[in-house]
Design a protein around this ligand. Structure first.
Ligand SMILES: [Zn+2]
Length: 205
């Protein structure tokens, strides 16, 4: 029995012209692009955001340590933010993207897989970020929020305010196995908040 021949697979374009898929189904990749970026009369629902990708050794794929990491403790200096890695301890690059952000409550199982709980009551809100198919997110990437004004525009010069360390990055593969979009699940207790004025860490607000 032969498998579905590779060269007979239907060609799937990512063009925004195909608002409903080749087989009459809704094209989720296109719909999410329209939601985030806007299209025609549809207003963009996305917010500008940074994806921080850690640099990796091309052979071993190990993360590349920043010069600020102490050889003995293997920790970056967390009292004074290193101007190169901003306390990450590893070298990275950031890119501008757009995503749709929503609160998913405090019981989202995908966003609470890694937990450290102290004594007492905490509000550990969880969030989901929806990214388009070309965001190419992988585990280990960070999501960095910047200050926005009330109209959703970046306040210049851009200031990082929250660095999210995702618990789960879900690559939503649907039509013919292609990536339609990404859902990134994060929680408060696993994020780093930066004071916008002093550029130092602040307690979970
Ligand atoms: Zn550093």
């Amino acid at each position: 029995m032969s498998l579905y021949p590779l060269d007979a697979r239907p060609d799937h374009s990512s063009s925004l012209d195909i608002s409903s898929g080749r087989y009459g189904e809704i094209d989720l990749r296109t719909e999410l692009m329209k939601t985030i970026f806007g299209f025609g009369s549809e207003i963009s629902k996305g917010i500008p955001i940074l994806i921080r990708r850690l640099r990796r050794d091309s052979t071993t794929l190990a993360r590349i340590k920043c010069e600020c990491v102490d050889e003995l403790t293997m920790e970056p200096d967390l009292d004074v933010l290193c101007p190169f890695c901003l306390g990450e301890g590893f070298k990275w690059d950031e890119e501008w993207h757009k995503c749709y952000k929503t609160v998913s409550g405090s019981e989202g199982s995908l966003s609470r897989r890694i937990e450290y709980k102290g004594a007492g009551k905490i509000l550990d809100e969880t969030y989901k970020f929806y990214f388009p198919y070309d965001a190419n997110l992988i585990q280990g990437d960070r999501i960095v929020e910047v200050m926005l004004d009330v109209e959703g525009q970046i306040i210049e010069p851009a200031k990082r305010i929250t660095v999210w360390n995702p618990n789960t990055i879900e690559n939503k593969r649907l039509d013919n196995g292609r990536t339609e979009y990404y859902i990134v699940s994060c929680q408060n207790s696993n994020a780093i908040y930066i004071d916008k004025d002093t550029l130092s860490y602040v307690e979970n607000p």
